[in-house]
Design a protein around this ligand. Structure first.
Ligand SMILES: Nc1ncnc2c1ncn2[C@@H]1O[C@H](COP(=O)(O)OP(=O)(O)OP(=O)(O)O)[C@@H](O)[C@H]1O
Ligand SMILES: [Mg+2]
Length: 213
């Protein structure tokens, strides 16, 4: 279970976001909707331990994330969280397989890579450089890299942001299938995709206020 309480983030440029309390139950899928800039990516980054809140609490399976050092947060993320970033963060000059195998440096077992690439219909691309793939193929490589370690928690920031609806819907079907039994928190701008998730959270209602001070 992931619980956020009294959470607030302030950036150096004085943008501040207050979040209302949210609980994400283990094994369920959630989709976050909300206007651009309302704080969706910031929330995922705080859950992943990449950003720290100014105040409030993020508890993951009983562990208070804010009590951990940055190194401990990084280790926690490597072990438990698969993160599909809004901008993929793939190394485009490397092949699909090398983008996945690079995780071995973090101690990740990548032996399931072929099976996962096959389940995402991109096994035939495994020796291609990422820069030679289409947007939809890159999206699926980003998903494969995030889930190869079988994380308990999957964070997916606009996993269909660069795709047309038909391909985006196929990717969401694949992602929600793969995430069965895990906790999935995804962000989308497309409310036609909400039906694939257990719960829909409107972040316009869940950010108590976004204000420039
Ligand atoms: N590193 C940063 N420094 C300063 N301000 C930031 C930073 N990151 C985010 N912000 C601000 O915080 C607010 C929330 O940003 P965030 O990226 O979380 O929005 P979002 O809901 O993910 O938007 P989008 O749907 O466009 O991706 C925005 O006003 C943004 O400008
Ligand atoms: Mg965002």
């Amino acid at each position: 279970m992931i619980s956020i309480k009294n959470l607030s983030k302030k950036f150096k440029n004085e943008t501040a976001i207050d979040y209302k309390d949210i609980t994400f139950e283990s094994g369920k899928s959630y989709v976050l909707l909300g206007a651009s800039g309302c704080g969706k990516s910031t929330l995922l980054n705080m859950i992943a331990g990449i950003l720290s809140p100014e105040k409030g609490e993020i508890t993951i399976d009983g562990q208070n994330m804010c009590a951990l050092s940055q190194k401990e947060k990084d280790l926690f993320r490597i072990k438990k969280i698969g993160y599909i970033f809004q901008d993929f963060k793939l190394i485009t000059d490397m092949t699909v397989m090398d983008n996945i195998n690079i995780l071995k440096l973090e101690g990740v077992d990548t032996s399931r890579a072929d099976d996962i690439l096959a389940s995402l219909d991109i096994l035939d691309k495994k020796n291609k450089k990422v820069k030679n793939l289409s947007g939809g193929e890159r999206q699926r490589v980003a998903i494969a890299r995030a889930i190869v370690k079988s994380p308990e928690i999957i964070l997916a920031d606009e996993p269909t942001g660069n795709l047309n609806f038909t391909i985006g819907e196929a990717v969401i079907r694949q992602l929600t299938n793969i995430a069965k039994g895990k906790t999935l928190i995804a962000v989308t701008h497309d409310d036609r995709l909400c039906k694939y998730f257990d719960h829909v959270i409107d972040m316009n209602d869940m950010t108590g206020g976004r204000y420039d001070v």
